[in-house]
Design a protein. Structure first.
Ligand code: CMP
Length: 145
């Protein structure tokens, strides 16, 4: 993960969307959006893994519920590559609160609430690097060229 990091972002298809059978539809949106999938796996986060991933939100009132939700069922973690990947993935996801998400975004179509909002995306290149490394080893980042 060196010179290409500016083109990578990290995503999660969250438990609500996996449970609802929307994994395939969301992956289709991702590939239609011009992303190359560099790594992808289905995982079931432990409570401790969810707490670690969302540690930045530890003091927020929604933290306990967020950890409970994210460890409640399987999710799909992704390393996504594209020009301007961080912003492009956030644009494709839509606003955190699906009620405020633009038409045509993943959250508008698939999310039920701000807490169960179908997908996660990194908010910066630095966090993308941290979040990819949290779930994937260097060896798991597939190079297709
Ligand atoms: P995500 O992008 O995964 O990062 C933090 C998550 O906290 C966010 O998506 C929301 O799903 C979740 N969350 C739950 N409640 C709130 C809230 N009131 N405000 C912001 N985020 C919330």
């Amino acid at each position: 993960m060196s010179e290409q990091i500016g083109n990578l972002t990290f995503g999660i298809i969250k438990p609500d969307a996996v449970r609802a059978g929307k994994t395939g539809a969301i992956i289709q949106r991702i590939t239609d959006g011009g992303f190359r999938i560099r790594a992808m796996k289905l995982i079931r986060m432990t409570r401790e893994e969810a707490e670690g991933f969302y540690a930045v939100h530890r003091e927020r009132p929604f933290f306990a519920g967020l950890v409970e939700f994210m460890s409640s069922a399987p999710c799909v973690v992704l390393a996504l590559e594209r020009d301007g990947a961080v912003k492009a993935w956030r644009d494709l996801m839509g606003a955190t609160d699906p009620a405020k998400a633009d038409a045509g975004t993943i959250r508008k179509e698939f999310a039920a609430s701000i807490g169960e909002n179908a997908v996660h995306g990194s908010d910066s290149e630095e966090n993308a690097r941290i979040e990819i490394a949290y779930f994937f080893s260097q060896l798991e980042l597939v190079n297709s060229e």
